[in-house]
Design a protein around this ligand. Sequence first.
Ligand SMILES: Nc1ncnc2c1ncn2[C@@H]1O[C@H](COP(=O)(O)OP(=O)(O)OP(=O)(O)O)[C@@H](O)[C@H]1O
Length: 594
Amino acid sequence: MGKLRILLKAFGVSMKIKGPYSMMISLVGFGAALLPVILANRLRTLTDSLQMLMGTKGDAGPALFAFITVVGLYIAQVLITNIQQYTNGMDEIKIQRFIKGTIIRHKCEVRYSYIENHDDFQKRLAFIEEYAGYQMAKCIGNMVTILQLAAAFAAASFSLWKINPLIVLILFVTSIPAALLAYFQQEETFRYRAKWMEEGALAIHYFHMIGGGDHSLNGLQEIRHFALFDYLKARWRAIADEYIGKKNSIMAKHVKFNTAADFLRSAVYLAVLLLAAYEIYRNPAIGLGAFTLVFALSGQLQSVTGDFLVGTMVLAQNIPYMKEFFYLDELEREHKSTSEGKPSTGTIHFDNVTFTYPNTDKEVLKNITVQIQDGEKIAVVGENGSGKSTFISLMCGMFDPRAGEIHVGGINIAEDPAAAREAVSVVFQDFAHYEASLRDNITVSDKHRKADEAEIMELLRSINVHDVVEEQKEGLNELVGSFSHKANNLSGGQWQKISIARAAYRQSAKIMILDEPTSALDPVAEAQLYRNFASLTGDKTTILISHRLGITAVVDRILVFDNGKIVEDGSHKQLMAQNGLYADMYRAQAQWYA
Ligand SMILES: Nc1ncnc2c1ncn2[C@@H]1O[C@H](COP(=O)(O)OP(=O)(O)OP(=O)(O)O)[C@@H](O)[C@H]1O
């Protein structure tokens, strides 16, 4: 995309965010940019009228009129400034809402592989959230400001030019170094911040681990128990202090240069006043008011020139960042569902599937071929890191295989993940905790199903997780979570029972996937769950990952994973007879229990 096209596209989006009311106020403000010049000219007239009056008993009318117009202009200036401040505040809110909304939308719509930091997605998203989105959203406002400054510059220059063109030239030329300085300083600060966003990420991680800025309680008890605050604080400090040190030296440099620039600016201003005084001395006919005009407008012209130059340079410099914002539109989306109706079968077919995670070379799954029939109960077992959860992620369409095809419910999941997911209910290893009522926590898995309280409780009883709801004062209406003071937090096992209930609630699913669903349950609860395994899974095809090999008794077939391959496939009896990896693992666990 060419620079001009990016700029025009950004203007379009930015104008839409601003809305017609705010655009109108900006255009009114356009006229208001001329107010200081009109005011300075009225002050000139007032000074001249007062000079005429001095020592004479002449007509006070012109002075009075000039004074009244000055008052009127001041009032108009105050009103317009405040209305503009209000609309600017509104614009800021709209911009933040737009940026957050855009980020959420893209995060939900892109292919899941981006979430695992494919294409530096997370870093680029952070940059868009922090900077690029704001520059894009503000560009039309910035453009209007630049035009206002240009108008104010032209009007002020015209007024001063008539007194002495040299005044305008001096003010303009001497504003250039200060403007360049301001621009380079902004750029240096930005560059440093962008670098910090990349290098300081670890410091932010430590800061959150200690509990700052993050509402999660993850690991906080352990950190307190091992008295790790000082250790983590030192790690955070080491990185943060380096940043602060560099920032301080940049700031010190900027202050030195800015002081010099301010001296120059004041010296030029005084020189211009002297020039005006000389002009009046040389030609008294132009009147004392000319001095008032120069006095009021010179500083104005200096700052307007500087802001205009810096604003234009920054707008041009920001075009690449605006482009970064439009990167979001180029990301690959998850395919929209094209199928009519839901899958009617619970079959799962992996056909020669090989997979590597984004940005890695290691083959985590190697040539997996497996046919799972409708209604089969399958256990997936294997050592840590052998590829079991990855197998599930692919089955849920989170990633595309590097080679091979996966059909879930008869649908090629790479082509229509949304339709294939309709067939599946799942308990992930790291399931979500929703800050909501227990009812919502259970029913979010099937938003179309309208079940009343009795029906939900019946379901919970059938899979033996009803105790979590019955123990709460408000039953299904109990708010749960750790964020709100009104909510009651649950234990790890209670949360897991709710996640199982959530999966069971998705009645229409043909396939049920359970990734270590009992890891947090007590032995009695676990045994009860497997006793009710038939109620939980019904006639659904079931895939169960577990390290507890005792549960393999409730399944028809076991897939044994080793280093990304299915190395054994059969019933418990067959695999024990085979005396391979499964039999070894089973005996090791049984021995432990014995
Ligand atoms: N997001 C990821 N990016 C890169 N590699 C990953 C990612 N997730 C997992 N892996 C790697 O993939 C391999 C298989 O991991 P997976 O989680 O599928 O194993 P698993 O059999 O489920 O293990 P566990 O029994 O410990 O849960 C491991 O070597 C792991 O390091």
